[in-house]
Ligand binder design. Structure first.
Ligand code: C5J
Length: 220
Protein backbone atom coordinates (compact mmCIF):
# COMPACT_ATOMS: atom_id res chain seq x y z
CA UNK A 1 0.00 0.00 0.00
CA UNK A 2 1.44 3.45 -0.89
CA UNK A 3 2.27 5.66 2.07
CA UNK A 4 2.30 9.42 1.53
CA UNK A 5 4.45 11.95 3.38
CA UNK A 6 1.80 14.11 5.03
CA UNK A 7 1.06 16.17 8.11
CA UNK A 8 0.84 15.44 11.01
CA UNK A 9 2.30 12.08 9.92
CA UNK A 10 2.30 9.74 6.94
CA UNK A 11 -1.02 8.79 5.30
CA UNK A 12 -1.86 5.31 3.96
CA UNK A 13 -3.42 5.35 0.49
CA UNK A 14 -4.95 1.92 -0.19
CA UNK A 15 -5.48 0.93 -3.82
CA UNK A 16 -8.29 0.02 -4.15
CA UNK A 17 -10.05 1.73 -1.23
CA UNK A 18 -9.33 5.39 -1.88
CA UNK A 19 -11.55 7.91 -3.69
CA UNK A 20 -10.98 11.51 -4.81
CA UNK A 21 -13.71 13.97 -3.79
CA UNK A 22 -13.64 17.26 -5.68
CA UNK A 23 -15.78 19.80 -3.88
CA UNK A 24 -17.77 22.52 -5.67
CA UNK A 25 -15.32 23.59 -8.39
CA UNK A 26 -18.23 25.46 -9.97
CA UNK A 27 -18.47 28.56 -12.09
CA UNK A 28 -20.61 30.13 -9.34
CA UNK A 29 -17.58 30.13 -7.04
CA UNK A 30 -14.65 30.55 -9.44
CA UNK A 31 -15.97 32.97 -12.06
CA UNK A 32 -17.17 36.58 -11.92
CA UNK A 33 -20.95 37.01 -11.75
CA UNK A 34 -21.67 34.01 -9.52
CA UNK A 35 -22.42 33.35 -5.87
CA UNK A 36 -18.89 33.96 -4.61
CA UNK A 37 -18.70 37.33 -6.34
CA UNK A 38 -22.20 38.27 -5.16
CA UNK A 39 -20.94 37.91 -1.58
CA UNK A 40 -18.22 40.45 -2.34
CA UNK A 41 -15.32 38.04 -2.82
CA UNK A 42 -12.36 38.27 -5.20
CA UNK A 43 -13.01 35.05 -7.14
CA UNK A 44 -9.56 35.08 -8.76
CA UNK A 45 -8.20 33.88 -5.41
CA UNK A 46 -9.55 30.38 -6.09
CA UNK A 47 -7.74 29.91 -9.43
CA UNK A 48 -4.48 28.45 -8.03
CA UNK A 49 -6.35 25.28 -6.97
CA UNK A 50 -7.38 24.42 -10.54
CA UNK A 51 -4.04 23.07 -11.85
CA UNK A 52 -3.32 20.81 -8.85
CA UNK A 53 -6.91 19.53 -8.90
CA UNK A 54 -6.52 18.69 -12.57
CA UNK A 55 -3.32 16.77 -11.76
CA UNK A 56 -5.18 14.78 -9.09
CA UNK A 57 -8.00 14.00 -11.51
CA UNK A 58 -5.50 12.72 -14.05
CA UNK A 59 -3.71 10.58 -11.44
CA UNK A 60 -6.89 9.05 -9.95
CA UNK A 61 -8.34 8.37 -13.40
CA UNK A 62 -5.11 6.72 -14.55
CA UNK A 63 -5.06 4.58 -11.38
CA UNK A 64 -8.68 3.50 -11.94
CA UNK A 65 -9.78 4.90 -8.57
CA UNK A 66 -13.22 6.45 -7.99
CA UNK A 67 -13.66 10.17 -8.60
CA UNK A 68 -16.68 12.00 -7.17
CA UNK A 69 -17.53 15.62 -7.91
CA UNK A 70 -19.90 17.69 -5.81
CA UNK A 71 -21.85 20.83 -6.66
CA UNK A 72 -23.57 23.13 -4.21
CA UNK A 73 -26.86 23.38 -6.09
CA UNK A 74 -30.53 23.63 -5.17
CA UNK A 75 -33.71 22.46 -6.82
CA UNK A 76 -35.29 25.12 -9.06
CA UNK A 77 -38.20 25.52 -6.61
CA UNK A 78 -35.68 26.03 -3.76
CA UNK A 79 -37.57 23.49 -1.64
CA UNK A 80 -34.18 22.21 -0.43
CA UNK A 81 -32.86 25.66 0.50
CA UNK A 82 -33.72 26.73 4.05
CA UNK A 83 -34.88 30.36 4.18
CA UNK A 84 -32.08 30.97 6.69
CA UNK A 85 -29.49 29.94 4.08
CA UNK A 86 -31.02 32.10 1.36
CA UNK A 87 -31.11 35.14 3.65
CA UNK A 88 -27.42 34.97 4.56
CA UNK A 89 -24.95 37.51 3.28
CA UNK A 90 -27.48 40.16 2.38
CA UNK A 91 -25.88 40.32 -1.08
CA UNK A 92 -27.53 41.90 -4.12
CA UNK A 93 -27.88 38.42 -5.61
CA UNK A 94 -29.13 35.58 -3.42
CA UNK A 95 -29.53 31.85 -4.05
CA UNK A 96 -32.17 31.42 -6.74
CA UNK A 97 -31.92 34.97 -8.09
CA UNK A 98 -31.18 35.42 -11.81
CA UNK A 99 -27.60 36.53 -12.46
CA UNK A 100 -25.22 36.71 -15.42
CA UNK A 101 -24.71 32.91 -15.29
CA UNK A 102 -28.36 32.02 -14.68
CA UNK A 103 -30.04 31.52 -11.33
CA UNK A 104 -27.50 31.50 -8.50
CA UNK A 105 -26.64 28.01 -7.17
CA UNK A 106 -29.59 26.35 -8.92
CA UNK A 107 -29.06 22.92 -10.48
CA UNK A 108 -28.95 22.96 -14.26
CA UNK A 109 -28.04 26.66 -14.53
CA UNK A 110 -24.74 27.60 -16.23
CA UNK A 111 -23.27 28.96 -13.01
CA UNK A 112 -23.87 25.72 -11.13
CA UNK A 113 -21.75 23.79 -13.64
CA UNK A 114 -18.27 22.59 -12.83
CA UNK A 115 -15.64 24.70 -14.60
CA UNK A 116 -14.66 23.27 -18.02
CA UNK A 117 -11.03 22.61 -16.98
CA UNK A 118 -12.25 20.11 -14.36
CA UNK A 119 -15.31 18.75 -16.17
CA UNK A 120 -16.43 15.33 -14.93
CA UNK A 121 -16.08 12.37 -17.28
CA UNK A 122 -19.37 10.73 -18.31
CA UNK A 123 -18.83 7.76 -15.96
CA UNK A 124 -17.96 9.87 -12.90
CA UNK A 125 -20.45 10.55 -10.10
CA UNK A 126 -21.64 14.12 -9.65
CA UNK A 127 -23.55 14.89 -6.47
CA UNK A 128 -25.72 17.98 -6.06
CA UNK A 129 -25.79 18.93 -2.41
CA UNK A 130 -28.08 21.43 -0.68
CA UNK A 131 -25.75 21.94 2.26
CA UNK A 132 -22.16 22.91 2.82
CA UNK A 133 -21.33 19.31 3.76
CA UNK A 134 -21.54 16.71 0.97
CA UNK A 135 -22.96 13.98 3.25
CA UNK A 136 -26.04 15.93 4.35
CA UNK A 137 -29.13 14.93 2.30
CA UNK A 138 -27.11 13.11 -0.37
CA UNK A 139 -26.33 9.46 -1.22
CA UNK A 140 -22.57 10.01 -0.82
CA UNK A 141 -22.02 7.67 2.16
CA UNK A 142 -24.01 4.86 0.51
CA UNK A 143 -22.11 5.29 -2.75
CA UNK A 144 -18.75 5.10 -0.99
CA UNK A 145 -19.82 2.12 1.11
CA UNK A 146 -20.99 0.26 -2.01
CA UNK A 147 -17.56 0.80 -3.52
CA UNK A 148 -15.72 -0.26 -0.34
CA UNK A 149 -14.04 3.16 -0.03
CA UNK A 150 -12.35 3.76 3.32
CA UNK A 151 -9.92 6.60 2.47
CA UNK A 152 -10.83 9.97 0.97
CA UNK A 153 -8.60 12.53 -0.73
CA UNK A 154 -10.17 16.00 -0.88
CA UNK A 155 -9.74 18.89 -3.31
CA UNK A 156 -11.97 21.88 -4.01
CA UNK A 157 -13.39 25.09 -2.67
CA UNK A 158 -13.73 26.78 -0.37
CA UNK A 159 -11.32 25.32 2.16
CA UNK A 160 -12.98 26.50 5.35
CA UNK A 161 -16.61 26.18 4.23
CA UNK A 162 -17.67 23.23 2.05
CA UNK A 163 -14.36 21.37 2.04
CA UNK A 164 -13.80 21.47 5.77
CA UNK A 165 -17.47 20.77 6.55
CA UNK A 166 -17.45 17.70 4.29
CA UNK A 167 -14.17 16.49 5.73
CA UNK A 168 -15.54 16.70 9.25
CA UNK A 169 -18.68 14.83 8.20
CA UNK A 170 -16.48 12.14 6.61
CA UNK A 171 -14.25 11.92 9.66
CA UNK A 172 -17.27 11.31 11.89
CA UNK A 173 -18.38 8.51 9.57
CA UNK A 174 -15.05 6.73 9.98
CA UNK A 175 -13.25 7.68 6.77
CA UNK A 176 -9.53 8.42 6.78
CA UNK A 177 -9.35 11.89 5.19
CA UNK A 178 -6.56 13.82 3.51
CA UNK A 179 -6.90 17.38 2.23
CA UNK A 180 -4.57 18.29 -0.65
CA UNK A 181 -2.98 21.59 0.34
CA UNK A 182 -2.50 23.15 -3.12
CA UNK A 183 -5.75 21.74 -4.57
CA UNK A 184 -7.95 23.77 -2.25
CA UNK A 185 -8.43 27.51 -1.94
CA UNK A 186 -10.33 30.12 0.00
CA UNK A 187 -11.25 33.72 -0.75
CA UNK A 188 -9.37 34.40 2.50
CA UNK A 189 -5.76 33.15 2.66
CA UNK A 190 -5.78 33.35 6.45
CA UNK A 191 -8.88 31.11 6.61
CA UNK A 192 -7.23 28.53 4.35
CA UNK A 193 -4.10 28.50 6.48
CA UNK A 194 -6.16 28.19 9.67
CA UNK A 195 -8.29 25.37 8.25
CA UNK A 196 -5.20 23.38 7.25
CA UNK A 197 -3.76 23.86 10.72
CA UNK A 198 -7.02 22.85 12.41
CA UNK A 199 -7.32 19.66 10.38
CA UNK A 200 -3.87 18.36 11.19
CA UNK A 201 -3.69 19.68 14.77
CA UNK A 202 -3.92 17.41 17.81
CA UNK A 203 -2.42 14.45 16.01
CA UNK A 204 -4.70 14.76 12.98
CA UNK A 205 -7.96 15.06 14.89
CA UNK A 206 -9.89 15.66 11.65
CA UNK A 207 -7.40 14.26 9.14
CA UNK A 208 -4.20 14.85 7.22
CA UNK A 209 -2.85 17.35 4.68
CA UNK A 210 -0.27 16.86 1.93
CA UNK A 211 0.75 18.52 -1.35
CA UNK A 212 -0.67 17.21 -4.64
CA UNK A 213 2.80 16.11 -5.79
CA UNK A 214 2.97 13.61 -2.92
CA UNK A 215 -0.45 12.15 -3.76
CA UNK A 216 0.24 11.98 -7.50
CA UNK A 217 3.66 10.38 -6.95
CA UNK A 218 2.06 7.63 -4.87
CA UNK A 219 -0.41 6.83 -7.65
CA UNK A 220 2.14 6.55 -10.45
C1 C5J B 1 -19.54 28.39 0.06
C2 C5J B 1 -18.51 26.37 -0.69
N1 C5J B 1 -18.40 28.97 0.40
N2 C5J B 1 -18.53 25.52 -1.69
N3 C5J B 1 -19.59 27.19 -0.55
O1 C5J B 1 -20.59 28.95 0.28
O2 C5J B 1 -17.55 26.44 0.04
Amino acid sequence: MPIIPAQPYEFDLPIPGTALIVIDMQRDFLEPGGFGAALGNDVSRLAPAVGPTRALLDAFRAAGLPVIHTREAHRPDLSDCPPSKRARGRGDLRIGDPGPMGRILVAGEPGAAIIPALAPLPDETVIDKPGKGAFWATPLHDLLTARAVTHLVFAGVTTEVCVQTTMREANDRGYECLLVEDATESYFPAFKAAALEMIRAQGGIVGWTAPSAAVCAALC
